[in-house]
Design a protein around this ligand. Structure first.
Ligand code: ADP
Ligand code: MG
Length: 419
């Protein structure tokens, strides 16, 4: 963290967000948010009421492989299309209240590493999470989105660019004033926190503000593979990934990868004839066929016969036959992969809490993402690890689900930027 605060281009990039304001919960107005997360694209219309009330209308769209791996211009045209469609579908009352304000301000949650130079300017450093669109790295993503909107004549101004961690932090802070960290545990993983501007040595910034939100980009922690306990199964995943030797921490923690790590371990056990009589299936031999959601279902299965585990292995993945012992072993492997992910996340949180020196005073942490929301015991496992690290002081740390925080947060950032 200290290296990244001092200099540009460090492994943990410590990206300044240019968000210095904190929402007070008293803001009003109508804002659009566009959230490009990795798996889903969401367009939201967010109304901040005077009394801390938030109303949200939203629509989800799936980003197809074609858009993820094609030309950048096509991806951004697709984003503009979704906004256009969403606005067209709004009912009349929504339309009237949003058009009163002229061009709608949009907060763009863009959850990829960006070197930001202003609240509404940021160049893409690199793609992650399976995206590889040509013609985007090094370019300003706000400019690209604005151009796409202009090409279609959509009356929207992109006024803030935020990372999903920053959005999550803002959204959680709107309701919980002691919020210090925003965390994503979804397709990918990352974290943002409030830092003293005087500590951000690399930043040239004239302002009276005291704090700025920093996006760690912690997914790339230990890309050098020097400190994390990396296994042969992690190395196999990394080697076969779109960008090897990159996002090493994320590849051990986040939803996109846990299923594949588990599959790698199980393939090894199959080859050693320790499970399934040594017999795999075409489906199970396919990359990423073992979904992270399966880990959740498997860990939740407390039946004597592990019936849901059997269903996944035999019916979804077409393994010819499994014994109860096989299924117990599979469940245990899922537990180990899941526990490791939660404990590594907790290690990251501990580092930031220690850096900010707030363990005595305590803090709130807002967490968004399906992994945190749906994986059984993920929160309890983080809590256990924090207790091991901080002892009973860990009770001063409150974890909270900031569901859809990145959407609301983008709207809040748009609001703060026009305020
Ligand atoms: P994004 O990160 O794109 O904003 P999400 O927060 O919804 O989207 O995270 C999606 C990821 O969460 C998927 O990659 C998947 O691996 C994981 N996931 C989805 N459902 C579950 C589940 N039931 N248990 C564990 N992980 C899940
Ligand atoms: Mg998300």
């Amino acid at each position: 963290m200290n290296k990244g605060l001092e200099k540009h281009g460090q492994t943990v990039a410590m990206v300044p967000s240019y968000v210095t304001g904190v929402p007070t919960g008293k803001e009003v107005g109508t804002f659009l948010a566009l959230d490009l997360g990795g798996t889903n694209l969401r367009v939201c219309l967010i109304k901040l009421g005077s009394d801390g009330n938030i109303s949200i209308k939203q629509q989800k769209y799936k980003v197809s492989e074609t858009y993820k791996t094609g030309e950048a211009r096509q991806l951004f045209d697709f984003l503009a299309d979704c906004i256009d469609k969403f606005l067209a579908e709004l009912n009349e009352t929504d339309k009237r209240s949003s058009s009163k304000e002229g061009k709608l301000n949009l907060g763009f949650t863009f959850s990829f590493p960006v070197e930001q130079t202003a609240i509404d300017k940021g160049n893409l450093i690199s793609w992650t999470k399976g995206f590889t669109c040509a013609g985007a790295v090094g370019k300003d993503v706000v400019f690209m989105l604005q151009e796409a909107l202009n090409r279609k004549g959509v009356p929207v101004k992109v006024s803030a660019l935020v990372n999903d961690t920053v959005g999550t932090l803002l959204a959680h802070a709107y309701k919980h004033p002691k919020t210090l960290l925003g965390v994503i545990l979804g397709t990918g993983t990352n974290c943002a926190y409030f830092e003293k501007i005087s500590n951000i040595k690399k930043l040239q910034f004239n302002s009276n503000a005291e704090h700025m939100i920093i996006n760690l980009e912690w997914g790339s922690f230990d890309n050098e593979k020097k400190v994390l306990p990396i296994t042969m199964f992690d190395n196999k995943l990394d080697r076969e990934s779109n960008i090897p030797r990159f996002q090493i921490f994320e590849k051990m923690v986040s939803g996109m990868y846990l299923g594949e790590i588990t599959r790698n371990v199980l393939l090894n056990l199959i080859d050693r004839k320790l499970i399934f009589d040594g017999i795999s299936s075409k489906d199970f031999n396919t990359h990423y066929s073992f979904e992270t959601a399966y880990l959740s279902t498997i860990e939740e299965d407390d039946s004597d016969t592990l019936e849901n585990v059997r269903k996944i292995l035999e019916e979804e993945l077409n393994i010819p036959s499994t014994t109860l012992t096989d299924r117990k072993i599979v469940k245990r492997v899922c537990q180990i992969v899941g526990i490791r992910s939660a404990r590594l996340s907790a290690a990251g949180l501990s580092a930031i809490i220690s850096h900010c020196n707030v363990i005595e005073t305590g803090c709130d942490i807002g967490i968004d993402g399906s992994l945190f929301e749906f994986y059984p015991a993920f929160e309890a496992r983080i809590k256990n690890a924090l207790r091991e690290h901080f002892g009973s002081n860990a009770d001063n740390i409150n974890l909270g689900l900031a569901r859809d925080g990145s959407g609301v947060g983008a709207a809040l950032a748009a609001m703060l930027s026009v305020k």
